[in-house]
Write a protein that binds this ligand. Structure first.
Ligand SMILES: *Cc1c(COP(=O)(O)O)cnc(C)c1O
Length: 462
C-alpha cells in the first residue's frame, strides 16, 4: 500500500528568480567562514551561539585612519573615545593604546575609565548628570569637564571655592547648523544668548576659567556641511568669548556623529555611496576651521586643539554578530521566515539599520525574500524585515554586521541571557573579552525574602 502524502495548506510563493529582481541584479551570495583568518565555526563550538566577534585589527585601523585624516590637516588633534558607543574594556583599551582619551557621560562610565587605568587628566566628562561626588573627584583628578547647565556651573564653582583653586572648565554649546535637526537639550543655547551669559558668568568668577568649547550635533550625520558649519560657529563663538572675558580657549571639541558604513533604513543608496570618508569629514571641518581662525595666528594666538569624540564610525565595522537558525516557517503571505537565536535583545540597532547578513557557509538554492526573526516572544523582534537569502536550514550560521556601535551597551537581558564576546587579536589568536551570562549572573544579585523561599509552600492535604 502506498503511503499518502500529508496534506499541506497551500500557500502563495511569489516567484523571484535568484539572479534578478526589480532593482536589477542581486549580488551573488557571499559567504564568510572566518574573520581576520580565525575560523568562526570552532568559535561557535567553544563559546556558543550567538557570539559577538570583535576585530582588533580593524579597530586599530579605524582609529589610525581617523587620526591620520585629521592630523594631516590640523596641527593639534585629540580623539576622545565615546564610551557609551562600546565600553567593553578590551575595546576601550585598544583605542586607548591608539592614543584616544576616554569620553564619558556618567558616573558609571567615569569609574569604568578609571578602573581601566585611564588617568583623570585623559578623561572628557560630558553628559547632563554628573553627581556631586564624582564631579568633585573628576575635578580633583584633572578631568576635562563640559558644563551642561547652570546648576552644574554653580556646583563646580562651589567645589572650586571649597578647594581654594581656580578650575579650567569647558562649556557645551548647542545651536542650529542648518543641516541637522538641532539638539537643544544639551548644553547652553547659542542663539538665545544663554551660552554667552554662561561665558560671562564663568569670566566673572575667580574660581573658574573657560578653557574649551564643546558641542555634539547629532549622530549618523551624513552631511559634511553640518560639521563645516558647526566648526565655523564654534570658532566664531570662541573669538567672541575671548573678546568678552579675557579667557583663552585651548580646544574646540566637535563631538561625535560621523556615520559608519551601515545601511540606515530608508536610505536608498548603499552605505559605500552615501557615507562620507574620514577624509571628507576632515576636509570640510578643517577648511571651515582654518578660515574662521585665520586672524588668530596674525595676533600670535595659538590655534585650538581640535577634539573629536567619534564613536560609531570607529567601532561599528570592527564587530560582527554570529547567530544560528533555530527554526523556519512560511508566513501566511507566502514569505519565508527564519527564527534566529539572536534578536533585538542583542541588536538594538536593528531598529534603524538594515544590517548586512552573510551565511557562514555557502548555501544551496535560489535566493528568496526572507524575514529574519529573533528568539524573543515579542512581535517587534525582527532582525531583517526583508533580505534575499537561499533556503536556510536548522543550524545554519549567519554573520550580521556591522554591529560594533551601541549594541554591546544597549543590549538587554530580556528573555535571553547575553552571549559571549570574543576578540580576534592582531596575531590571529582569539580571546574572550566578555563571558556569556548564565542564570547565576542574574540571580546573584537577586534577594529572596524569607517568606518567599519556597514557590509551593507545604499545603494541608485535603
Ligand atoms: C554619543 C556621543 C558621542 C559619540 O557619538 P557617535 O555618533 O557614536 O560618534 C560623542 N560625544 C557625545 C557627547 C555623545 O553623547
Amino acid at each position: 500500500m502506498t503511503q499518502r502524502m500529508p496534506w499541506v495548506k497551500p500557500a502563495l510563493t511569489p516567484h523571484r528568480a535568484g539572479g534578478m529582481n526589480k532593482f536589477g541584479a542581486v549580488r551573488p551570495q557571499q559567504h564568510q567562514p572566518e574573520l581576520d583568518g580565525a575560523a568562526i565555526a570552532p568559535l561557535l563550538e567553544q563559546y556558543g551561539s550567538p557570539l559577538f566577534i570583535v576585530s582588533e585589527k580593524k579597530l586599530r585601523e579605524n582609529a589610525r585612519h581617523l587620526r591620520r585624516a585629521f592630523s594631516t590637516r590640523w596641527p593639534k588633534v585629540r580623539h576622545g573615545w565615546s564610551y557609551k558607543t562600546n565600553y567593553l574594556g578590551a575595546v576601550c583599551n585598544v583605542l586607548h593604546q591608539e592614543g584616544a582619551w576616554a569620553e564619558v557621560v556618567s558616573e558609571f562610565e567615569y569609574r569604568k575609565a578609571r578602573a581601566l587605568g585611564v588617568p583623570g587628566s585623559r578623561i572628557i566628562f560630558n553628559g547632563p548628570w554628573k553627581p556631586a561626588g564624582i564631579l568633585e573627584q573628576a575635578l580633583l583628578e584633572g578631568a576635562t569637564i563640559h558644563l551642561d547647565h547652570l546648576d552644574e556651573l554653580y556646583a563646580v564653582e562651589a567645589i572650586a571655592r571649597r578647594l581654594g583653586k581656580q578650575i579650567p572648565i569647558g562649556l557645551r554649546l548647542n545651536f542650529d547648523t542648518g543641516h541637522t535637526e538641532p539638539w537643544s537639550r544639551f548644553g547652553f543655547n547659542l542663539e538665545t544668548g544663554a551660552a554667552m551669559d554662561a561665558v560671562q558668568r564663568i569670566g566673572s568668577s575667580q574660581w573658574m576659567k573657560l578653557a574649551g568649547l564643546h558641542s555634539h550635533i547629532g549622530t549618523f550625520v551624513l552631511d559634511v556641511r553640518a560639521y563645516a558649519r558647526q566648526a565655523r560657529i564654534m570658532a566664531e563663538f570662541m573669538e567672541a568669548a575671548e573678546r568678552e572675558t579675557d579667557c583663552s580657549i585651548e580646544y574646540l571639541d566637535i563631538g561625535g556623529g560621523f556615520a559608519s558604513r551601515n545601511a540606515l533604513q530608508g536610505l536608498y543608496l548603499p552605505p559605500d555611496q552615501v557615507v562620507p570618508s574620514f577624509e571628507q569629514y576632515a576636509e570640510a571641518i578643517v577648511d571651515a576651521l582654518s578660515e574662521a581662525t585665520r586672524g588668530r595666528t596674525a595676533l600670535g594666538k595659538p590655534l585650538p586643539v581640535l577634539v573629536l569624540e567619534t564613536g560609531r564610525a570607529v567601532v561599528d565595522d570592527a564587530e560582527i554578530l554570529v547567530t544560528r537558525v533555530v527554526g523556519g516557517k512560511r508566513l501566511p503571505d507566502g514569505r519565508r521566515a527564519a527564527i534566529l537565536d539572536a534578536g533585538v535583545n542583542l541588536l538594538f540597532t536593528a531598529y534603524w539599520y538594515n544590517h548586512e547578513v552573510r551565511p557562514m557557509q555557502p548555501l544551496e538554492g535560489l535566493a528568496e525574500e526572507t524575514v529574519l526573526y529573533g528568539p524573543l516572544c515579542m512581535n517587534i523582534d525582527t532582525v531583517r524585515a526583508s533580505v534575499m537569502l537561499p533556503p536556510l536550514n536548522l543550524g545554519d550560521a549567519l554573520l550580521i554586521s556591522p554591529v560594533g556601535a551601541y549594541n554591546n551597551t544597549q543590549w538587554m537581558q530580556f528573555i535571553q541571557n547575553r552571549p559571549a564576546v570574543v576578540m580576534v587579536m592582531q596575531d590571529g589568536k582569539v580571546e574572550p573579552i566578555r563571558l556569556a551570562e548564565t542564570l547565576q549572573t542574574i540571580t546573584d544579585i537577586e534577594r529572596m525574602p524569607e517568606t518567599l523561599r519556597s514557590p509551593f509552600p507545604e499545603t494541608q492535604p485535603r
